[in-house]
Every structure is written in C-alpha cells, then in structure tokens.
Design a protein around this ligand. Structure first.
Ligand SMILES: NC(=O)c1ccc[n+]([C@@H]2O[C@H](COP(=O)([O-])OP(=O)(O)OC[C@H]3O[C@@H](n4cnc5c(N)ncnc54)[C@H](OP(=O)(O)O)[C@@H]3O)[C@@H](O)[C@H]2O)c1
Length: 280
C-alpha cells in the first residue's frame, strides 16, 4: 500500500503530508465520501465547523474501524466564535459532534482582523484548549505575516501550521517563506485551484511524460515543495488518482515550468486582510 510521508510539526506531532479535504461535501454525502477516502488509504481528514459536516466525518471515522491512533483529524474554529469563552465552548462542541475523543489539530479558521474580537485573545484560548489534552496540536488558517507576527510578540505558542490558499496560480512565496523561517508548516488549501488549473497545457505535457494526470502533477508539485495538501473529491476514482502520487518525481525544470503559472492576483478565495464573513 502507498506510504504517505509524514511531517513532524514544531510541537513534535506527526501529520500525514497528504490528506482528504471535506469543504463543500454535503452532510448527506460525507459519511460515504470519507469512508471511501479512508478505504483508498487516506489517514488525514480536514474538516471545519463551518463545513457543517463534522458529525458525519466522525461517523465515518468510527464506522471505518480504523484505530483512532492511525488517523489524523483536523477541524477549525468557526467565524463568529472568536471571543475566548465562545471559542472554548465551540471547541468542546466540535469534539462532541465528531465524537472521537480528541482532535489531532484545531485551527483558527480566519483571523478576521477587521472585527472587534482580537485574534490574539482567540489564540490564547487555543493555548488553553491544548492544555486540556483534547487537541494534540494547534494552528491557524489564513493568517498573513502581520497576524503571525502579533502571535509571536504577544503569546507563548508558535502555531504548528498555517493553512492558506496555495496552488500554481497563487504560490504564496513570501508567506510560505515566512512560515518556514518560523518552523510553521504550510498547509495548502484549494491545491488544484478547485479544478481551475487543470487545463494548463504544461501539466498535460509533464503528465504525459510521467504517465500522470494534470491533478497528479500539481499535487506532486505541492509535495515536492514540502507543503501539506488535502484535495477534495466526492468521486472515488479521483480520490484514488489524487492519492497515487508517490511513485514519480518531478524534475527541477518541471517544478519551474509549474512555478511559471503564477499570476499577479491568482487568488481564488477571499483576501484574509478584509474577509469578515460571519455565518448566520
Ligand atoms: N482553511 C480554509 O479557509 C480553506 C478554504 C478552502 C479549502 N480548505 C480545505 O482544503 C481542501 C481542498 O480545497 P478545495 O476543496 O477548495 O479545492 P481543491 O481540492 O483544489 O479542488 C476540489 C475540486 O476539484 C475537483 N477535483 C478533485 N480532484 C480532481 C481530479 N483529480 N481531477 C479533476 N477534478 C478534481 C473536485 O470535484 P469533485 O468533488 O466533483 O470530484 C472539486 O470540484 C478543502 O476541502 C478544505 O478541507 C480550507
């Protein structure tokens, strides 16, 4: 069976470099999709309170019969729950919904720098969550350099990961460099740009030489850059395709050709500096 490399985070916790993303998987599809992913060999699942499918992810994990210690489950604090007491309560509710005893990783989903509650106070609540032993590792998502800098200056814990939008159109070179210099692992969300990047001829050309699809070539580019990825698919054949990326190596020229797809504003998702969405 394919061996997914694991990466050791700055707190000693090990995380599989390839996982399964669950954004936009409807709750009534999530048990089957997650079970299929686990059956394919994925051992790392990325969910969030905002996705509305934590309970179903937890059901799939229990139904799979796979030992909990072999799995890595991430969730994220929803926007609107940044105030420290609400954050603690929302964290407990995630554990209850998932019903899997503990989380491997919990993230602040968005910094929301334009709203009243200061993400630094939220991060201090995250430190308390870790102290309960109900989460092994804590990190952030969509944090820009200035947000991370405030955590370094005003708190005692460096996030283990920063989960940010990264794909060939939006390679995030400065922020990834900053993460790396501070021993924060970059997790790349929307790694295939939600499918948008797959028609690029350069990916087809590289794939033809290596007998891989464009999606596999892009995912391989992420793996060789050292980032953690979790492509989402509800289709079993695509789950298998996205998992089958550990028997080839891109050459330096291939990596550079994919780097050249970067666009000035290649972002697909919102800008974390202004994003202020609070779900109802
Ligand atoms: N922290 C954050 O703010 C944040 C934001 C966005 C995403 N995320 C996380 O990152 C994960 C991945 O990002 P994402 O879901 O936005 O986008 P993605 O993984 O880049 O792309 C998913 C899309 O590509 C399609 N797809 C998947 N594999 C394919 C393949 N081999 N060939 C062709 N099409 C394929 C999927 O369709 P089908 O499902 O129909 O196959 C879906 O439409 C999410 O699920 C979530 O866990 C986090």
């Amino acid at each position: 069976m394919t061996q997914v490399p694991s990466i050791t985070l700055n707190d000693g916790v090990e995380i599989p470099q390839l996982g399964f993303g669950t954004f936009q998987i409807a709750p009534d599809e999530t048990v089957d999709a997650t079970l299929e992913a686990l059956d394919t060999g994925y051992r790392h699942i990325d969910t969030a309170q905002m996705y509305g499918n934590e309970a179903e992810v937890g059901q799939a994990v229990r139904k799979s019969g796979i030992d909990r210690s072999e799995l890595f489950v991430t969730s994220k604090l929803n926007n609107g729950f940044h105030e420290p007491e609400r954050a603690m309560q929302a964290f407990d509710e995630s554990i209850e919904r998932l019903d899997i005893d503990y989380l491997d990783l919990f993230l602040i989903h968005w910094p929301l720098p334009t709203i009243d509650v200061d993400y630094v106070d939220t991060w201090k609540a995250m430190e308390k969550m870790k102290a309960t032993g109900k989460v092994r590792s804590i990190g952030v998502s969509n944090f820009e350099i200035e947000h991370l800098q405030r955590l370094f200056d005003e708190t005692d814990t460096v996030p283990s990961v920063n989960q940010i939008e990264v794909h060939p159109y939006w390679p995030q070179t400065p922020l990834r460099g900053f993460n790396r210099n501070h021993e924060i692992m970059t997790e790349a969300w929307s790694p295939i740009a939600q499918g948008d990047v797959l028609d690029e001829q350069v990916l087809a050309d590289i794939g033809e030489r290596l007998d891989k699809t464009p999606a596999q070539v892009v995912l391989r580019w992420h793996i060789q850059r050292g980032d953690i990825v979790f492509p989402k698919s509800v289709h079993p054949e695509r789950m298998r395709e996205n998992f089958d990326i550990f028997d080839v190596e891109l050459e330096a020229d291939d990596m550079m050709a994919i780097d050249a797809l970067a666009k000035g504003d290649g972002r697909r998702g919102p800008d974390p500096a202004t994003f202020d969405y609070i779900p109802d």
